[in-house]
Design a protein around this ligand. Structure first.
Ligand code: SF4
Ligand code: SF4
Length: 404
């Protein structure tokens, strides 16, 4: 009897998720990283869109969506992130495999020890660099690193994160998953009686030969025969180990994955709680899609300019001074123009550089201009400004015309 093993699938998933985290900053869309927060321009580059700080309602929506997806996935699949996706587990597995090779190939104990520490330090440095790539593009990071010109914030972050990860990979490792990881603690709150868990089948307990293989392979030191324990990260190693032993005796393994522990009265992954969370996710996704589709590619804001004064003209007209701020939120430069809507019975003119204003991608450009209205109205009036991008209206702003 030969049951399939979970290990190859788990390793494939682990490497895929770790490679995704490592390589995402290298993937470029329209000349920018797929996902990067540029602190200097306060812009989040997110899958081809440049979201500026003024639009952080989008970031809020995305964050909320992530939180609810996390709750939903955790409620259904438990600590599957920890066992199957988390880079901490992948790096620890990788380091352990590397150490086995060092132990096999290097006979001198001191050299082997130094090699182990160097391997952990190299991995820690890679993790810290990877984190910074989400703020500074990898090519620029490398250039600045080689020139020893990383800057204070990035430099301190690099040193601190490298040190923390090195300590973690050298001295803490799996203990981090079972006792320290705050994410693991939060996950436990999201789990319920119907969550996917790995179960030692109580009806099959009589087949256990007490070989302890399942305990020896467990990375968090759990003896799954004693029932569900919060330290279990759903990795499935004990399941593989038990199958390996019992299959040789022509019997199936004793462990299996199950939605909800029978002892806890679970077993219904589709329940009001999961349906409610799914509904919230659908609503948030809809809101995000709507907000993204209706997002303006440019904005205009107007304030009073010059000395804020008003000039009366000999011909009976009036001039007001303004300053406009044009923001090009798109990924390409464009030519902008400002127009003012006419007022019945009055001649309204814009004076200043209000045509063919080139604004670079993601640039915020200041434009000073005047508005002349002839004849001057008897009382202050609201005027509507229109921003045109390549002759197409894209945004509007209102301003008040003062008369004295
Ligand atoms: S009990 Fe099994 S599934 Fe849970 S962490 Fe240990 S080996 Fe992994
Ligand atoms: S591996 Fe299976 S047979 Fe061996 S102790 Fe664990 S549960 Fe029992």
């Amino acid at each position: 009897m030969q049951q399939s093993r979970l290990a190859p699938k788990r390793e494939a998933v682990q490497w895929f998720s770790t490679a995704t985290l490592l390589l995402t900053p290298f993937v470029r869309v329209g000349g920018e990283s797929l996902l990067r927060l540029d602190a200097s321009t306060r812009t989040l580059y997110f899958f081809g869109a440049a979201v500026r700080i003024e639009e952080f309602y989008l970031v809020l929506l995305i964050s909320l969506l992530f939180v609810f997806v996390f709750l939903f996935v955790t409620m259904l699949f438990g600590r599957v992130w920890c066992g199957w996706f988390c880079p901490q587990s992948t790096l620890t597995d990788f380091l352990e495999a590397m150490e086995r090779r060092i132990k096999k190939g290097v006979k001198n104990r001191v050299v082997a020890r130094v090699a182990r520490h160097l391997a952990a330090a190299a991995l820690a440095f890679l993790v810290a660099s990877n984190l910074i790539w989400y703020f500074i593009p990898p090519a620029e990071y490398l250039q600045r690193l080689l020139a020893l010109n990383l800057g204070a914030v990035a430099g301190i972050t690099l040193v601190m994160v490298t040190t923390i990860v090195w300590v973690d990979l050298t001295y803490i490792r799996r203990y981090f998953c079972s006792a320290i990881c705050p994410y693991g603690r939060i996950q436990l709150m999201a789990m319920d009686a119907n969550t996917l868990t790995l179960e030692f089948d109580p009806d099959e307990a009589c087949r256990c030969i007490g070989c302890n293989s399942c305990v020896r392979v467990c990375p968090t030191g759990v003896d799954i025969r004693n029932g569900f324990q919060v330290e279990c990260i759903n990795c499935g190693r004990c399941l593989d180990a038990c199958r390996g032993v019992l299959n040789r005796l022509y019997q199936p393994g004793i462990m299996h994955y199950t939605f909800g522990r029978r002892a806890a009265g679970g077993g219904r992954p589709v329940n009001p709680r999961s349906l409610l969370l799914a509904a919230v996710i659908v609503v948030l996704s809809g809101m995000l899609a709507y907000a993204t589709i209706h997002r303006s590619v440019a904005t205009i804001k107007v304030s009073r300019g010059g000395d804020g004064g008003v000039r009366r003209l000999p011909d009976g007209g009036v001039v007001n001074f303004y300053t406009a701020y044009l923001e090009n939120r798109s990924r390409v430069p464009a030519l902008y123009g400002i127009r003012v809507a006419g007022v019945a019975g009055e001649k309204v003119e814009l004076l200043g550089p209000t045509e063919k204003i080139k604004v670079e991608a993601n640039e915020n450009r200041r434009v000073d201009f005047m508005v002349r209205v002839t004849p001057a109205p008897s009382s202050p009036e609201k005027l509507k400004l229109r921003l045109l991008r390549n002759e197409t209206p894209v945004a509007e702003a209102e301003m008040t015309l003062l008369v004295n």
